[in-house]
Design a protein around this ligand. Structure first.
Ligand code: SF4
Length: 332
């Protein structure tokens, strides 16, 4: 039987907006750029909590731009492709991506609570990558056969959308594999659906010998608030390490002051800024791209204003590389 808290986040999830008509009724400023074609290419999905933070009269609201299927996505742009990181080449088993030597990524689910227009997995073959119970058993065997792997990342989709029971089972099974030391969870729910951080979830994840790291994903300081901070405190009290990753996005955070404010807001929530990614060139996201020189200028200005522990590492993924490339700036 589900608890009241589970029902709260599950009903919030069921109540997400998926039609452009409804989005434009709530945010009239979305209408001018809204595109059914783009929505059919990658579905619209956004929760009421996130929507409530958008200025209904501002067509350039940075939170709106992250979720609005726009006419500009209809253009084909050279270099922007379906699988910009060639992930299909590192997919030894359904649901498993093994790109870097010591860590693997499991796509527990293809479902998210919000659809981010710049997502590099927006065209990912999730249907072929839902491991299910037999698939997970094969993944555990793979991990036992690769003692060099010491960290598992649950990603997606959003791994916190699966049941507490499944998360607990996966955590228990991974803890039985001696070489696995860390379990990292990549989620956008900490800021978009913080009610998901229930006592039951914390119990499911934290009663383990594994070190648990939760990596949130926020791109703009307005995504954070007191409710997020309250749920972060509960995670911290239970020994979870909190980090954040962001993406450089034109129109959203292409300004050093916004990114400095993001780092400060994250720290108020006890989250450390981890990565600031250059955009992966996925088809449909070209309007978010920033020139290298502009990214460099912004990052240099951030360096001047932030202590080292609040400066995210600026990174770029290069398909086929053995690790992410740290870009940084000269003199930094
Ligand atoms: S996987 Fe993450 S970035 Fe991609 S759509 Fe889902 S929540 Fe957004």
């Amino acid at each position: 039987m589900s608890t009241q808290k589970e029902q709260n986040w599950q009903s919030a999830l069921q109540n997400t907006v998926t039609s452009l008509e409804e989005l434009c009724a709530i945010i009239p400023a979305a209408r001018a750029q809204a595109s059914e074609w783009a929505k059919d290419s990658f579905a619209l999905k956004v929760g009421r909590r996130y929507l409530a933070k958008i200025d209904p009269n501002d067509p350039n609201d940075p939170l709106l731009l992250q979720i609005l299927p726009q006419k500009t996505e209809e253009k084909t742009v050279a270099g922007f492709v379906a699988d910009p990181l060639n992930e299909h080449q590192y997919n030894p088993l359904p649901g498993l991506i093994h790109k870097y030597r010591t860590r693997v990524l499991i796509t527990l689910t293809g479902t998210c609570a919000i659809h981010c227009r710049y997502c590099f997995r927006r065209h990912f073959a999730y249907d072929e990558n839902r491991p299910g119970t037999p698939g997970l058993e094969r993944i555990y065997d793979y991990l036992r056969q690769h003692p060099e792997i010491n960290e598992v990342i649950l990603s997606g989709g959003d791994p916190l959308l699966v049941s507490d029971a499944l998360l607990q089972k996966v955590t228990r099974e991974l803890a039985l594999i001696p070489n696995i030391q860390r379990l990292r969870i990549h989620t956008r729910l900490l800021s978009t659906l913080p009610e998901r951080i229930t006592p039951e979830l914390i119990q499911a994840l934290c009663q383990t010998r594994l070190k648990i790291i939760l990596v949130s994903h926020c791109n703009h300081p307005r995504e954070l608030d007191d409710t997020v901070a309250k749920h972060c405190r509960k995670l911290i009290e239970n020994g979870v390490t909190l980090l954040n990753q962001s993406v450089f996005l034109a129109g959203v955070n292409d300004d050093a002051q916004i990114l400095v404010a993001l780092s400060e807001a994250l720290f108020q929530c006890q989250i450390l800024p981890y990565y600031l990614h250059s955009l992966d060139p996925v088809a449909g996201s070209a309007h978010f791209a920033l020139s290298f020189s502009r990214q460099k200028e912004i990052y240099a200005a951030m360096q001047k204003q932030l202590p080292g522990f609040l400066l995210p590492r600026w990174v770029k993924e290069v398909p086929g590389a053995e690790h992410k490339m740290i870009v940084g700036c000269e003199g930094g």
